[in-house]
Design a protein around this ligand. Structure first.
Ligand SMILES: [Zn+2]
Ligand SMILES: [Zn+2]
Ligand SMILES: [Zn+2]
Length: 472
């Protein structure tokens, strides 16, 4: 077992034992793909679609790609496993690069649970009066979901509730002046954490005491927008007094064993409702979980990132798969403002192939992976103008290189523009995207950019991110 908790000595011993063949199997997260296993026979990449296989700090690499390349080099077999494969892998299968092996039956038998959508637009219509008065509990737990939860509580079965946003509310807006409290170091709003009484930046971690009044106009008429798990927890507790609720998100699992501790309580039946972020969607197998509710499926849908639909589909499919794993059966309710969207339609039917077909056609024009390879070139600096100047210079550098190499037709450049999150941790960020269907053309161009391009000004950083997992 290779993991980040090993000391250097322990890691050395493990590597030596693998190298000599004394140990023959290495298990671990991303970096285990480099383990010096002797006579390598098989590499298994489980949940191959998971974004954590991409390391987003230098050295940047995609462990799934390393695995396939290494397997070819060492004459081993590489098995990529997933119920919702990445479109990159699906595309490789369509091109005949990968063999496809289907597992039509669910592990342990049983059928996939029925999935229902709850149209939040209708709930909004039905609840206009109560929402105006500031009580929007029915938008959090719609009547059908609430009823289904009540049935589970009466039967002593368990419910999972997913909301992929932690904290109490992701931004606090003043009703008088419209002002929103932003992080002073990043260009994003601060998340209100009610239990801690703090406003926290989810990008740089900076926090400050939450105020009862607007910091620009001192009005106390604040509205808490962008509901998070803490708020759902409060509403669930108020709706079902006395019911045992556990919350699992980054904020409740910072301790070393807290993750295991929460799951242990669920397993022993000491929890009626487990509520959390995407953490609760992965791998849990509890036979008494017969209901899964998604509080708001649209949370990740509108991010300015070409993978937002894919991520949402994966998340919904995974969490839906947590229901009805035992003989008791199960069902799933997904609350959404977009019930007609193809992501929701496919999730309803557990239809990965239908989703993949539709999403592939979306990625063709304009071209996005898997049809092209992308390189995200980011320049950041404490000085916004300086970052903007440098990204212009880098764009010109690339243009000239393209002309010189005569590969202008094969490689496209989009931008430059400010990154969707313009500032993180007091550094302004600008970027452009380089895209091409030809890996060699991309390499020809990106090589000189990383080796020869010189930034101008002080404290300017150039980041060249190949196959970026996120464009934010
Ligand atoms: Zn937080
Ligand atoms: Zn105000
Ligand atoms: Zn920040």
């Amino acid at each position: 077992m290779l993991h980040s908790g090993l000391s250097e000595g322990e890691r050395f011993d493990a590597w030596r034992q693998l190298k000599t063949g004394e140990r023959r199997v290495a298990v671990g997260a991303r970096s285990v793909v480099f383990a010096p296993v002797k006579n390598l026979g098989v590499i298994v990449v489980d949940e191959e679609h998971d974004a954590t296989y991409k390391q987003n700090e230098a050295p940047r690499y995609q462990a799934r790609d390393v695995a396939t390349v290494r397997a070819i080099k060492e004459g081993a077999i590489c098995i990529l496993g997933s119920a919702t494969p990445s479109l990159e892998s699906w595309h490789n299968r369509e091109k005949g690069k990968f063999h496809y092996i289907g597992l039509p039956d669910r592990v342990g038998g049983g059928s996939l649970p029925p999935v229902h959508t709850v149209d939040l637009r209708k709930e909004l219509q039905n609840n206009k009066s109560s929402i105006k008065s500031g009580d929007d509990a029915s938008m959090v737990l719609s009547p059908v979901l609430k009823e289904a939860m009540g049935v589970r509580i009466a039967r002593r079965e368990q419910t999972l509730l997913l909301l992929n946003r932690r904290g109490y509310s992701s931004f606090v807006q003043c009703r008088s002046c419209g002002g929103v409290e932003n992080c002073t170091k990043c260009s994003i709003s601060l998340t209100y954490h009610r239990n801690r009484g703090q406003m926290v930046c989810h990008h740089c971690g900076q926090s400050k005491k939450a105020l009862a009044r607007c910091s620009s106009c001192s009005s106390s008429d604040l509205s808490f927008k962008g509901m998070g798990t803490e708020q759902v927890e409060r509403i669930v507790n108020e709706t079902f007094p006395g019911v045992r609720v556990a919350r699992m998100d980054l904020d409740t699992t910072s301790g070393k064993w807290s993750h295991q501790e929460i799951l242990g309580r669920v397993e022993r039946g000491e929890v009626d409702i487990l509520l959390g972020t995407q953490m609760i969607s992965k791998g849990l197998d509890f036979p008494r979980v017969t209901l899964v509710g998604v509080i708001n499926a649209d949370v990740g849908m509108h991010l300015p990132d070409f993978r937002s639909s894919e991520r949402t589909f994966q998340l919904l499919s995974q969490v839906a798969g947590r229901a009805g794993r035992g003989s008791l059966g199960g069902e799933v309710f997904i609350q959404t403002f977009l019930p007609e969207h193809y992501v929701l339609q496919a999730a309803l039917k557990h239809d990965y192939m239908g989703f993949a077909r539709k999403e592939m056609s979306q990625r063709q024009n304009p071209a996005y992976p898997p049809f092209v390879r992308l390189v995200n070139v980011v320049i950041n600096s404490p000085d916004n103008e300086c970052a903007a100047d440098n990204i212009e210079m880098a764009t010109r550098f690339l243009d000239l290189a393209k002309k010189r190499m005569n590969i202008g037709g094969e490689v496209g450049v989009v931008g430059p523009a400010p990154c969707p999150i313009e500032k993180i941790h007091d550094r302004w960020r600008w970027h452009f995207l380089v895209r091409s269907a030809s890996v060699s053309a991309l390499n020809q161009l990106i090589g000189p950019l990383t080796k020869e391009f010189k930034t101008k000004g002080r404290d300017v950083r150039l980041i060249v991110d190949r196959d970026p997992s996120s464009l934010l």
